[in-house]
Design a binder for this molecule. Sequence first.
Ligand code: ADP
Ligand code: MG
Length: 318
Amino acid sequence: MSYLKIDGISKSYQEGIHALKNISLSVEKGNVVSLVGESGSGKSTLLRIVAGLENRNSGEILLEGARIQNPKEKLVPGYDEIQLVYQDYHLYPNSTVEENIARPLLQYDKQYKDKRVTTILNLLGLASFKDKLPRQLSGGQQQKVAIGRALSLEPQVILLDEPFSSLDTIQRRELIAELKSLFGQLGITVLFVTHDLDDALQMTDFLVIMQHGKLIQKGNPEQIFSNPKSLYAGKLFSHLNPIPDKPKTYVRPSDLHLYKSSGLSVKIIERQYLVHYNLLTVRLNDGTVWKVEDKKRSFEIGDRAFLKWEEEKEISFK
Ligand code: ADP
Ligand code: MG
């Protein structure tokens, strides 16, 4: 029996328009899964349904075999065992860090509450900020408080809905690394939703890709990178260059080798300096425009270059 089972979930807010279409996914206990999809693909809807906070039209959510009820079936929607963390923190602005984290524990006795809050403050490295107000913290720290609040009820499952979108790159990277080790330590099961593949890759090695309310591919990043099942899944990882005379067949900019004398002749029309290589825009003789990684940074705009690649690196959708 799988631990968290999403079984054939469909949802329409308006008749005839699917926000989710027959989504199924099994997650083992303690696993961290990244759900990647563009805006509007149904990620937030799915998380709210998993949390029991949104009615579904069909399908079931099972946690350790127990059925999660729709909000309309339950007096108080949602479950302590499954906590959802939003992008925009939802902290109480006039409560301290400590009070925000203690908030879900209102009905518990003081001794338990104090102990739990201290544990969380320490876990998240927030002890020295406990008397601060949210506005006195950085975005990353505020998001940690929101995650701390979600952890206060000792949930079994945490659902993160684009939690890093309002953070800058460095804050984001640091927080992801910190949370990754925290989740591992707690053995908690996590569904992490993002539109950003880099964030997803930093967080996990299991990806689920969604598009237009459908689950289009799942697997580890290497598998999806080398064998994407759709153009969208392929393009999430990098630009894809269409190969002339080979319909629906592409090659990645990183799989092209540049030479000065033999191969497919191209002209360099643009050059962009990036951290690990120059990204060249080149024009093929038939007018097709490609992107190529120039790792040695040896070509200039106006140069002619020659491209080769291994046939097994070609990606084809048929
Ligand atoms: P994502 O989180 O991937 O951006 P959402 O789950 O928010 O996607 O939205 C999926 C689709 O459902 C979108 O087309 C969106 O407009 C629609 N939708 C989301 N929430 C509602 C709502 N409360 N009422 C009507 N339509 C909604
Ligand atoms: Mg969303």
